[in-house]
Design a protein around this ligand. Structure first.
Ligand SMILES: [Zn+2]
Ligand SMILES: [Zn+2]
Length: 179
């Protein structure tokens, strides 16, 4: 049996849970050995499952109580699978663009990051030179009037600023922050 990448993605949550039959498992393992992309998706999905845990993973995003969720699951056997499918698709999409770290910050934490002061900086060009100040938590474009502590500024690449935990200034970086 030969499976395509799409088939691997569709079955990946069942695969992780040991719910695929032996011939499909063998076919998926053959495919995974030769396909870096699917291996990355598998690792990403495994991380998601471990990070969020089976129950919380469905409870938190859907906002259901545990009991209600159980009942829904009994009544709609396909529900759980399609939600996991969505998680896999999301993991796959960001894995194409970058590492799983990016996936966690841009997809899974986005609702918490909507505040003005903590927008994800993923759209800022990584090679762009930005200004950070000694005591600030944000990075700025040169000449931004909101740079604090002008005596202790330094110029670094946006990539480095993000890596060190600085967030983009919501004023001067605005054009990179709108979705
Ligand atoms: Zn593949
Ligand atoms: Zn600024």
């Amino acid at each position: 049996m030969v499976v395509s990448c799409e088939e691997v993605w569709r079955e990946i949550s069942n695969y992780l849970e040991g719910e695929v039959d032996a011939s499909l498992r063998t076919a998926m393992e053959d495919h995974l050995r030769g396909c870096k992309h699917c291996t990355a998706v598998l690792d990403g999905t495994r991380n998601v499952v471990q990070l969020y845990g089976d129950e919380r993973m469905f409870e938190v995003p859907l906002g259901f109580s545990h009991r209600l969720h159980r009942r829904l699951e009994e009544n709609m056997p396909g529900n759980r699978r399609s939600f996991l499918g969505w998680m896999v698709a999301a993991a796959a999409a960001v894995l194409v663009a970058g590492s799983f770290e990016v996936a966690r910050s841009s997809v899974f934490s986005r609702p918490e990051l909507r505040s003005e002061h903590a927008q994800p900086g993923a759209r800022v060009p990584p090679d762009m030179l930005v200004i950070v100040s000694g005591d600030g938590k944000t990075f700025h474009a040169a000449g931004c009037p909101f740079i604090h502590d002008k005596a202790h500024i330094r110029t670094i690449q946006a990539r480095e600023a993000l890596r060190q935990g600085y967030a983009p200034c919501v004023r001067c970086m605005k054009k990179y922050l709108t979705a």
